[in-house]
Design a binder for this molecule. Structure first.
Ligand code: AKB
Length: 314
């Protein structure tokens, strides 16, 4: 089957890396990048087709899918946890309407496959905190978590009722060298590297001992593409898969950075994001993803820290 992919939210933290990797795998012309704004001149996104698209515009989405004869969509446009708390109604609208626009196109038969990211934010204070299982109590207390849990239920519904092949991962906090995250509760784990590399002090918005599930971007991209390329008959989860990699607190991350930059100084000044983090798991059980499609992370904490400090430009 000839693959033609559309990546929505291509300028974001995941999108920018996914576009590059997928273009490397299936060819630049076969991956259409899209975002709400034109990228800057010289952006890597322009190494192949690019479309300006607001995912809430279902008609335009449909026209772009038809124009490029798209077979698979990666829907990465969303408001993350911290921003969603500030704009709850807009977050709900963007996170849900965007998903419905894509799922409905797939239901009409225009698309063969859909990737939609969920998050560890689907869990809440009543979920087990350590090695949180695939199936467990889920009572998220954030707008973002509620939208992701609702989205998961809708993905499963569209699969069961209409045969839509929608695949999903509950991403943890993602750490990447290229684009900065924006509006998340786990963003400190990227910001900290820029301060460390510049030789500056860092003030962390989470407390020292707040452990959260995290993952290096290369692992996240591999997880995404491997899940999308997995044989459909192996998949038993049609809501969203738990995937695990790292779990660390700001203190543990600081210690790992100090192995390379010994005099790095971090201060702690928790803000409203602490209350969000307190409701999330500290670590995730990913047995089902390992069994169904062979998921396995490559990056440990020290390997990730070394790569971040080498590759980010400050
Ligand atoms: C966030 O912090 O909101 C995201 C997430 C864990 O989904 N990085």
């Amino acid at each position: 089957m000839d693959r033609k992919a559309l990546i929505i939210g291509a300028s974001g933290q995941i999108g920018s890396e996914l576009v590059a990797t997928l273009r490397g795998r299936i060819g630049n012309q076969n991956v259409v990048a899209s975002d709400i704004k034109e990228p800057d001149n010289g952006s890597e996104l322009l190494n192949g087709p690019f479309e300006v698209l607001d995912v809430m515009n279902g008609e335009l989405l449909k026209a772009i899918v038809e124009k490029h004869q798209i077979t698979e969509v990666y829907l990465l446009a969303a408001l993350l946890s911290a921003t969603a708390e500030k704009k709850p109604m807009f977050a709900w609208q963007l996170n849900m309407d965007g998903l419905f626009n894509v799922l409905n196109l797939a239901k009409e038969g225009s698309l063969k496959k859909v990737f939609w990211p969920s998050s560890i934010a689907v869990f809440g204070p009543s979920s087990p905190k350590y090695l949180t299982p695939q199936v467990t109590v889920m009572e998220p207390t954030t707008v973002y978590g509620i939208s992701k849990l609702a989205g998961e239920r809708w993905c499963e519904y569209y699969h069961k009722q209409y045969g839509v092949d929608v695949r999903s991962i509950r991403y943890p906090g993602l750490i990447s060298t290229k684009s900065l995250p924006g509006g998340g509760t786990t963003d400190y784990a990227v910001d900290i590297f820029y301060k460390a590399k510049k030789g500056e002090e860092f003030t962390c918005f989470l407390s020292e001992e707040t452990a959260l599930p995290m993952m290096f971007m290369d692992d996240a991209i591999n997880a995404t593409l491997n899940l999308m390329e997995a044989d459909k008959s192996c998949l038993t989860i049609h809501s969203s898969y738990n995937v695990a990699s790292l779990s660390f607190s700001p203190r543990q991350l600081t210690e790992a950075i100090r192995h390379i930059i010994p005099n790095f100084v971090v201060h702690y000044k928790p803000d409203f994001r602490q209350a969000i983090a307190d409701t999330w798991p500290a670590s995730i059980d990913d047995t089902v993803a390992r069994k169904d499609w062979g998921w396995k992370a490559e990056y440990g904490l020290q390997k990730m820290v070394k790569e971040m400090l080498e590759k980010i430009s400050v």
